[in-house]
Design a binder for this molecule. Structure first.
Ligand SMILES: [Zn+2]
Length: 123
């Protein structure tokens, strides 16, 4: 009798594990499709950028140095030369909780930031 109960329990566990494996496989397939879509979009954007850069060089004589200077200027707009446009998350100067990048006012304490996002105005 105990063997039968043990078998039922084990079969239940096997069924649960099988369901989890199937769900994981479906998730991996969806993620793979998403990555393939992003790679395709990235390739198209890279091709478009190369075409635009070629036209700028040919038609306007813009140099690689000018391009790199502009890239650095844009990169430094957030105060950090990190190869990214987005600003690294900052904490509220008042309550020290993370500030949402799209809001000028702290969602927790109401602290308001100036235009550049780094200086305080008032509460
Ligand atoms: Zn705050």
């Amino acid at each position: 009798m105990l063997d039968i109960l043990y078998d039922i329990h084990q079969n239940s566990k096997i069924g649960e594990a099988d369901a989890k494996a199937s769900a994981g496989l479906r998730q991996a397939e969806r993620t793979g499709e998403r990555v393939a879509d992003l790679e395709e979009r990235l390739d198209k954007m890279a091709l478009l950028n190369l075409a635009l850069w070629g036209l700028l060089q040919e038609k306007l004589g813009v140099t690689d140095e000018e391009l790199m200077r502009r890239v650095e200027e844009l990169d430094l707009r957030d105060g950090q030369l990190d190869g990214r446009i987005a600003r690294a998350p900052i904490d509220c100067p008042d309550c020290h909780r993370p500030l949402h990048q799209r809001h000028r006012r702290c969602l927790y304490c109401g602290f308001e930031l100036r235009q550049n996002g780094f200086e305080a105005v008032t509460r």
